[in-house]
Design a protein around this ligand. Structure first.
Ligand code: C2E
Ligand code: CA
Ligand code: CA
Length: 648
């Protein structure tokens, strides 16, 4: 019982109402309360007027005068609220005041009208009944947003009206009172229903706002994730591209005042992959984070934007014109910064970085062309001197044109069957006997002449033609292999793109199968740069190829970054010492040292070693002395057409 009363009081007080509901109620009341007083006053005037002749002036003049004064006072207070912002406590307080004032005034009006009832004829008495019912209904309608007050008014004023008129004994008044009671009940129900919808709308609005806030928060997070590299917290490729496009759009405008030139730079780390492979991914991440911090500090200039656009690739935009000299200095600073050793738990790591720059608008006027040009310059920097920087120039433009010419011609070369093979024997250095033949691609193009493989193979790789070229040339090589004596094997060069899936290798197996040759007579040469593209994949593929029966040779060994670092991870049968070490073998102690170390390594791993590029008898003698048996080079044979070689 006590609990229920407490609940009722809490409800009347709106204690559990959400602040938003209270504010909404208060806002509604700002306009409704003055209207309510207007209704009240007009009712009072009407009743005072009809009773002027019959009732004492205290009731028809003084009372209304006091009421008018009080009502206008309240109206003034409410109008003063205007559209000021209210605190929750103030709004709550005003609602409580209404509660008290409404009941208090209601009871005064009831007492007044009951007093008036005693004067006048039946018609005037009816006006009292009419006054009371219309006033109560008016209050309910005006305070529909505050059901607590409306119900209190009904319970006090409404009910005293009903009781008063029922007890009058007059059947007309009894009927009016009962009728009014029914209308009150219905009005209460309607009002409560309306109030429920009203508060539901507010709660729904609140939910919606919450959802909106959540969506906004998520959107913000998404934008951040979509535009930021999580490891280095630098802008990512997408963000970089957007920035570049926007910058070009601004600079391309005719009304851009000032010099519209700017510089795009691409930075690629050299030797990052071995760090990842040898020291683990955590170390790789550490290197990237370190490099990004150092570059950020070094490029501490509001004109510079640094982004990480790929695994070990960074990009910068310098939003002001720079001279070639300034760009070169910037490039030097960048490469120097990257070369600083990085301390790891497993020791110090040192990597280097190459840069390619493209200048807007000389090198290009679209994001793609600028990035391509910078990439081209970067590629050249890597090719010619790792750890250097190059600015895209008109010579590069010519090279690009030439390359696209070669690419076009290469497509035709496949359909016109212009590609063929030379073979270079691998010999037993002691007896001079041929043990194997390395197939080397040749291409004689009508206009371009003899295009060296070092030129067209990379183009074929970049343009995605290498897979087809490998298959065509391999089929030609295996066709020849089938006719060779059993003890001579075929050595065939594979590119990184040939090692991407088992499906590609399966095609090669099939090609051998068609000729009925044993897989063990085929050796694939794989260079370190091939392995560096994806070491894990390379390990997986070479292991599988060896299980199938093929032989694997590591080509150009010793030229890469840390050949010794991952060699134990690979499974292979032979190792070819790069010809650069053989070239200086007899004159350079360091080369001799490297060759000795590699030969020891081969001994430890029980793999055969082949020396490439043997050009002189001295080199042959020294290699034999060091314990290298298999050799290849111009001293024995130059690459040649098969018919020039005697195999039996
Ligand atoms: P590589 O695999 O190192 O091939 C050996 C290269 O050294 C050949 O150049 C060969 O002519 C040259 N050479 C052989 N003996 C000597 C020597 O005593 N002295 C000197 N200075 N050079 C010697 P080539 O034929 O121009 O091939 C260049 C590269 O092109 C190859 O290097 C190989 O990486 C690639 N290549 C050639 N054919 C193919 C192919 O069919 N597929 C793929 N993926 N790459 C190929
Ligand atoms: Ca080779
Ligand atoms: Ca080689």
């Amino acid at each position: 019982m006590f609990n229920n009363i407490k609940k009722l009081l809490d409800w009347l007080d709106g204690k559990h109402n959400h602040p938003e509901v209270i504010f909404a109620q208060f806002n509604e009341l700002r306009t409704k309360v003055p209207l309510l007083y207007f209704v009240l006053l007009s009712n009072v005037f009407a009743l005072a007027y009809t009773h002027y002749e019959v009732a004492p002036t205290s009731l028809t003049i003084y009372f209304p005068a006091i009421v008018v004064f009080l009502c206008l006072l309240r109206v003034k207070i409410w109008l003063n609220f205007g559209s000021n912002n209210f605190s929750l406590a103030e709004a709550r307080h005003q609602i409580r005041v209404i509660l008290v004032v409404a009941v208090f005034m209601g009871l005064i009006f009831a007492a007044w009208s009951f007093a008036m009832y005693h004067y006048g004829n039946d018609l005037q008495k009816s006006h009292v009944a009419y006054f009371m019912s219309i006033t109560v209904i008016g209050i309910i309608v005006c305070l529909i947003h505050l059901p607590a007050v409306a119900i209190l008014v009904m319970a006090t004023v409404g009910m005293s009206f009903v009781i008063f008129f029922v007890s009058s004994g007059n059947p007309v008044f009894i009927a009016i009172a009962l009728n009014f009671l029914m209308v009150m009940v219905v009005l209460t129900l309607i009002m409560l229903g309306y109030y429920r919808s009203f508060s539901e709308v507010i709660y729904a609005k609140l939910d919606l706002e919450k959802e909106h806030a959540k969506t906004r928060r998520l959107n913000k997070q998404n934008t951040l994730l979509a535009n930021q590299d999580s490891l280095t917290e630098l802008p990512n490729r997408r963000s970089f591209s957007n920035h570049l496009s926007e910058l070009i759009a601004v600079r391309a405008k005719k009304d851009f005042t000032g010099d519209n030139g700017f510089v795009v730079g691409l930075i690629d780390l050299d030797g990052f992959k071995p760090v990842n492979d040898i020291h683990g991914h955590a170390a790789g991440d550490r290197v990237l984070a370190d490099v990004s911090i150092r570059l950020t500090e070094m490029l501490d200039d509001s004109c510079c934007l640094l982004a990480r656009i790929g695994g070990d690739e960074f990009a910068i935009i310098v939003e002001k014109p720079l001279s070639a000299k300034e760009i070169n200095i910037l490039g030097k600073n960048i490469t120097k910064t990257i070369q600083q050793p990085i301390s790891m738990r497993s020791g110090q790591v040192q990597i280097s970085g190459s840069c390619g720059f493209a200048i807007y608008p000389e090198a290009g006027t679209t994001p793609n062309s600028l990035m391509d040009r910078a990439d081209f310059a970067l590629y050249h920097a890597k090719e010619h001197a790792r750890g250097s920087s190059i600015i895209f120039s008109s010579e590069h433009e010519d090279l690009i044109k030439q390359r696209s010419q070669v690419e076009l011609a290469l497509r035709q070369a496949l359909t016109h069957d212009e590609l063929y093979l030379y073979f270079q024997p691998i010999v037993d250095g002691q007896s001079g006997e041929i043990v194997g033949l390395e197939a080397l691609a040749r291409w004689n193009q009508e206009q371009l002449g003899q295009v060296p493989p070092e030129q067209f193979i990379p183009i074929a790789e970049k343009s995605g033609m290498i897979g087809e070229i490998t298959q065509v040339l391999f089929a030609k090589a295996v066709k020849e292999l089938a006719d060779w004596p059993e003890h001579i094997y075929l050595s065939f060069n594979l590119s990184a793109h040939d090692l991407v899936s088992k499906a590609v290798i399966k095609k090669l197996i099939k090609i051998v199968g068609v000729r009925g040759v044993a897989l063990s007579r085929v050796q694939f040469e794989i260079t370190e740069s091939v392995m560096m593209v994806d070491l894990e994949k390379c390990i997986e593929m070479t292991e599988w190829m060896r299980e199938e029966g093929f032989k694997i040779a590591l080509d150009d060994f010793g030229t890469g970054y840390s050949s010794l670092g991952y060699i134990h991870k690979l499974s292979f049968d032979k190792l070819k010492i790069d010809r650069s070490f053989i070239h200086n073998l007899t004159v350079d102690q360091r080369s001799q040292g490297v060759v000795k170390t590699i030969l020891e390594l081969c001994n430890n791993f029980s793999v055969t070693c082949i020396a490439e590029g043997v050009e002189t008898a001295e080199q042959q003698a020294l290699l034999l002395e060091l314990g290298c048996i298999q050799m290849q080079g111009f001293y024995f044979y130059r690459p040649a057409e098969l018919k020039e070689l005697k195999l039996n």
